[in-house]
Ligand binder design. Structure first.
Ligand code: TMP
Length: 214
Protein backbone atom coordinates (compact mmCIF):
# COMPACT_ATOMS: atom_id res chain seq x y z
CA UNK A 1 0.00 0.00 0.00
CA UNK A 2 1.77 3.16 -1.19
CA UNK A 3 -1.10 5.60 -0.71
CA UNK A 4 -2.91 6.77 2.41
CA UNK A 5 -6.12 5.17 3.58
CA UNK A 6 -8.50 7.24 5.70
CA UNK A 7 -11.95 6.25 6.93
CA UNK A 8 -14.64 8.52 8.34
CA UNK A 9 -16.95 7.04 10.93
CA UNK A 10 -19.84 8.02 13.16
CA UNK A 11 -23.39 7.23 14.23
CA UNK A 12 -26.45 8.40 12.29
CA UNK A 13 -26.64 12.18 11.94
CA UNK A 14 -23.02 12.82 12.96
CA UNK A 15 -22.51 14.85 9.76
CA UNK A 16 -20.18 12.57 7.77
CA UNK A 17 -21.69 13.71 4.47
CA UNK A 18 -21.15 17.38 5.30
CA UNK A 19 -17.56 16.82 6.44
CA UNK A 20 -16.81 14.84 3.29
CA UNK A 21 -18.31 17.61 1.13
CA UNK A 22 -16.08 20.17 2.89
CA UNK A 23 -13.03 17.92 2.49
CA UNK A 24 -13.79 17.47 -1.23
CA UNK A 25 -13.95 21.22 -1.74
CA UNK A 26 -10.75 21.68 0.22
CA UNK A 27 -8.91 19.01 -1.77
CA UNK A 28 -9.94 20.61 -5.08
CA UNK A 29 -7.41 23.34 -4.26
CA UNK A 30 -4.68 20.83 -3.47
CA UNK A 31 -2.36 19.04 -5.88
CA UNK A 32 -2.68 15.80 -3.85
CA UNK A 33 -4.66 13.10 -5.65
CA UNK A 34 -7.64 12.05 -3.58
CA UNK A 35 -10.35 9.43 -4.14
CA UNK A 36 -13.62 9.71 -2.22
CA UNK A 37 -15.75 6.61 -1.85
CA UNK A 38 -18.31 5.08 0.48
CA UNK A 39 -19.41 1.87 2.19
CA UNK A 40 -21.51 -0.11 1.89
CA UNK A 41 -21.25 0.42 -1.87
CA UNK A 42 -18.98 2.50 -4.05
CA UNK A 43 -19.07 -0.02 -6.93
CA UNK A 44 -21.84 -1.98 -8.69
CA UNK A 45 -21.62 -5.32 -6.82
CA UNK A 46 -21.30 -3.62 -3.44
CA UNK A 47 -24.17 -1.22 -4.18
CA UNK A 48 -26.35 -4.25 -4.95
CA UNK A 49 -25.39 -5.83 -1.62
CA UNK A 50 -26.12 -2.47 0.05
CA UNK A 51 -29.65 -2.53 -1.39
CA UNK A 52 -30.30 -5.95 0.18
CA UNK A 53 -28.90 -4.94 3.58
CA UNK A 54 -30.65 -1.60 3.85
CA UNK A 55 -34.00 -2.51 2.27
CA UNK A 56 -36.64 -1.64 4.88
CA UNK A 57 -38.63 -4.74 3.77
CA UNK A 58 -35.88 -7.11 5.01
CA UNK A 59 -37.01 -6.96 8.63
CA UNK A 60 -36.27 -10.68 9.19
CA UNK A 61 -32.56 -10.36 8.41
CA UNK A 62 -30.44 -12.23 10.93
CA UNK A 63 -27.62 -10.29 12.63
CA UNK A 64 -24.88 -12.63 11.36
CA UNK A 65 -26.26 -12.48 7.83
CA UNK A 66 -26.11 -8.71 8.09
CA UNK A 67 -22.49 -8.81 9.32
CA UNK A 68 -21.47 -11.23 6.54
CA UNK A 69 -23.13 -9.11 3.85
CA UNK A 70 -21.33 -5.98 5.06
CA UNK A 71 -18.05 -7.91 5.04
CA UNK A 72 -18.76 -9.23 1.51
CA UNK A 73 -19.58 -5.74 0.28
CA UNK A 74 -16.40 -4.43 1.95
CA UNK A 75 -14.24 -7.08 0.31
CA UNK A 76 -15.44 -6.33 -3.21
CA UNK A 77 -15.15 -2.57 -2.75
CA UNK A 78 -11.64 -2.98 -1.31
CA UNK A 79 -10.24 -5.12 -4.12
CA UNK A 80 -12.03 -3.35 -6.94
CA UNK A 81 -11.64 0.26 -5.90
CA UNK A 82 -9.65 1.00 -2.74
CA UNK A 83 -6.52 -1.14 -3.19
CA UNK A 84 -5.90 -0.18 -6.85
CA UNK A 85 -6.08 3.51 -5.86
CA UNK A 86 -3.74 2.99 -2.88
CA UNK A 87 -1.31 1.04 -5.06
CA UNK A 88 -1.25 4.07 -7.37
CA UNK A 89 -0.22 6.22 -4.43
CA UNK A 90 -3.57 8.01 -4.05
CA UNK A 91 -5.19 9.23 -0.84
CA UNK A 92 -8.42 7.25 -0.34
CA UNK A 93 -11.12 8.73 1.87
CA UNK A 94 -13.81 6.19 2.66
CA UNK A 95 -17.18 7.02 4.20
CA UNK A 96 -17.35 4.09 6.71
CA UNK A 97 -15.14 0.99 6.87
CA UNK A 98 -14.51 -1.88 9.32
CA UNK A 99 -15.29 0.15 12.48
CA UNK A 100 -18.93 0.50 11.34
CA UNK A 101 -19.24 -3.30 11.43
CA UNK A 102 -17.49 -3.48 14.80
CA UNK A 103 -19.73 -0.78 16.33
CA UNK A 104 -23.08 -1.68 14.68
CA UNK A 105 -22.92 -5.47 14.32
CA UNK A 106 -20.22 -6.33 16.87
CA UNK A 107 -21.28 -4.07 19.71
CA UNK A 108 -24.83 -2.79 19.14
CA UNK A 109 -26.22 -6.05 17.71
CA UNK A 110 -24.25 -7.96 20.34
CA UNK A 111 -22.38 -10.29 17.97
CA UNK A 112 -19.10 -9.40 19.67
CA UNK A 113 -16.35 -7.04 18.50
CA UNK A 114 -13.76 -9.85 18.26
CA UNK A 115 -16.10 -12.16 16.30
CA UNK A 116 -16.99 -9.45 13.80
CA UNK A 117 -13.31 -8.48 13.60
CA UNK A 118 -12.40 -12.04 12.65
CA UNK A 119 -14.83 -12.32 9.70
CA UNK A 120 -13.67 -8.89 8.58
CA UNK A 121 -10.02 -9.89 8.74
CA UNK A 122 -10.88 -12.62 6.24
CA UNK A 123 -12.40 -9.91 4.03
CA UNK A 124 -9.73 -7.22 4.31
CA UNK A 125 -6.53 -9.29 4.79
CA UNK A 126 -4.96 -6.73 7.12
CA UNK A 127 -5.64 -3.64 4.98
CA UNK A 128 -6.56 -1.30 7.83
CA UNK A 129 -6.92 2.49 7.52
CA UNK A 130 -3.91 4.66 8.42
CA UNK A 131 -6.34 7.05 10.09
CA UNK A 132 -9.97 6.84 11.17
CA UNK A 133 -11.79 10.06 11.95
CA UNK A 134 -14.65 9.33 14.34
CA UNK A 135 -17.36 12.02 14.44
CA UNK A 136 -18.91 11.79 17.87
CA UNK A 137 -22.50 12.88 18.47
CA UNK A 138 -25.15 12.08 21.07
CA UNK A 139 -27.76 9.83 19.40
CA UNK A 140 -30.62 12.12 20.40
CA UNK A 141 -28.99 15.02 18.51
CA UNK A 142 -27.96 12.83 15.57
CA UNK A 143 -31.43 11.37 15.11
CA UNK A 144 -33.04 14.83 15.40
CA UNK A 145 -30.73 16.05 12.61
CA UNK A 146 -31.82 13.16 10.39
CA UNK A 147 -35.48 13.86 11.07
CA UNK A 148 -34.95 17.45 9.88
CA UNK A 149 -33.15 16.36 6.69
CA UNK A 150 -36.10 15.34 4.50
CA UNK A 151 -33.94 14.57 1.43
CA UNK A 152 -32.01 11.80 3.21
CA UNK A 153 -33.06 8.20 2.47
CA UNK A 154 -34.37 6.27 5.48
CA UNK A 155 -32.71 2.85 5.70
CA UNK A 156 -33.41 -0.32 7.73
CA UNK A 157 -30.88 0.61 10.42
CA UNK A 158 -32.38 4.10 10.87
CA UNK A 159 -35.57 2.35 11.96
CA UNK A 160 -33.84 0.88 15.03
CA UNK A 161 -34.85 2.26 18.44
CA UNK A 162 -32.88 4.94 20.33
CA UNK A 163 -31.39 2.21 22.55
CA UNK A 164 -29.66 0.67 19.52
CA UNK A 165 -28.19 4.01 18.47
CA UNK A 166 -26.94 4.59 22.02
CA UNK A 167 -25.15 1.26 21.84
CA UNK A 168 -23.64 2.17 18.48
CA UNK A 169 -22.10 5.22 20.10
CA UNK A 170 -20.84 3.18 23.08
CA UNK A 171 -19.35 0.77 20.55
CA UNK A 172 -17.46 3.55 18.81
CA UNK A 173 -16.22 4.87 22.16
CA UNK A 174 -14.96 1.39 23.05
CA UNK A 175 -13.14 1.15 19.72
CA UNK A 176 -11.66 4.62 20.12
CA UNK A 177 -10.17 3.60 23.49
CA UNK A 178 -8.88 0.34 22.10
CA UNK A 179 -7.33 1.73 18.92
CA UNK A 180 -6.50 5.23 20.09
CA UNK A 181 -3.50 5.63 17.78
CA UNK A 182 -5.57 5.01 14.66
CA UNK A 183 -8.98 6.41 15.65
CA UNK A 184 -9.13 10.15 16.29
CA UNK A 185 -12.33 11.53 17.81
CA UNK A 186 -13.85 14.84 16.71
CA UNK A 187 -16.74 16.48 18.58
CA UNK A 188 -19.44 16.66 15.89
CA UNK A 189 -21.85 18.75 17.97
CA UNK A 190 -19.86 21.91 17.16
CA UNK A 191 -20.55 24.22 14.20
CA UNK A 192 -19.85 23.02 10.66
CA UNK A 193 -16.73 25.18 10.40
CA UNK A 194 -15.38 24.10 13.80
CA UNK A 195 -15.91 20.42 13.02
CA UNK A 196 -14.20 20.84 9.65
CA UNK A 197 -11.18 22.57 11.22
CA UNK A 198 -10.83 19.75 13.78
CA UNK A 199 -11.08 17.15 11.02
CA UNK A 200 -8.53 19.02 8.91
CA UNK A 201 -6.08 19.07 11.80
CA UNK A 202 -5.91 15.26 12.21
CA UNK A 203 -6.11 14.77 8.43
CA UNK A 204 -3.10 17.05 7.84
CA UNK A 205 -1.12 15.44 10.68
CA UNK A 206 -1.47 12.01 9.05
CA UNK A 207 -0.58 13.33 5.59
CA UNK A 208 2.38 15.32 6.90
CA UNK A 209 3.70 12.25 8.72
CA UNK A 210 3.78 10.53 5.31
CA UNK A 211 5.55 13.50 3.73
CA UNK A 212 2.51 14.99 1.99
CA UNK A 213 1.95 18.70 2.57
CA UNK A 214 -1.45 20.07 1.55
P1 TMP B 1 -24.74 5.39 5.77
O1 TMP B 1 -25.68 5.97 6.78
O2 TMP B 1 -23.34 5.85 5.94
O3 TMP B 1 -25.25 5.48 4.38
O4 TMP B 1 -24.63 3.81 6.12
C1 TMP B 1 -25.69 2.98 5.95
C2 TMP B 1 -26.05 2.23 7.21
O5 TMP B 1 -25.28 1.02 7.30
C3 TMP B 1 -25.82 2.95 8.51
O6 TMP B 1 -26.99 2.78 9.29
C4 TMP B 1 -24.67 2.24 9.15
C5 TMP B 1 -24.79 0.86 8.63
N1 TMP B 1 -23.56 0.06 8.56
C6 TMP B 1 -23.40 -1.03 9.41
O7 TMP B 1 -24.27 -1.32 10.23
N2 TMP B 1 -22.27 -1.78 9.29
C7 TMP B 1 -21.30 -1.53 8.37
O8 TMP B 1 -20.29 -2.24 8.30
C8 TMP B 1 -21.48 -0.38 7.50
C9 TMP B 1 -20.42 -0.04 6.49
C10 TMP B 1 -22.62 0.39 7.64
Amino acid sequence: MKGIFISIEGPEGAGKTTVIEDLKNYMLRSSADCLFTREPGGIAISEQIRDIILNTKNTSMDGRTEALLYAASRRQHLVEKVLPALNNGRIVICDRFIDSSLAYQGYARGLGIEEVMSINQFAIEGNMPDLTIYLDIEPEIGLARIAMNKSREINRLDLEKLEFHKKVRDGYKTLQNKYNKRIKEVDASKTREEVFQDVLKVFKETLNAKGIII
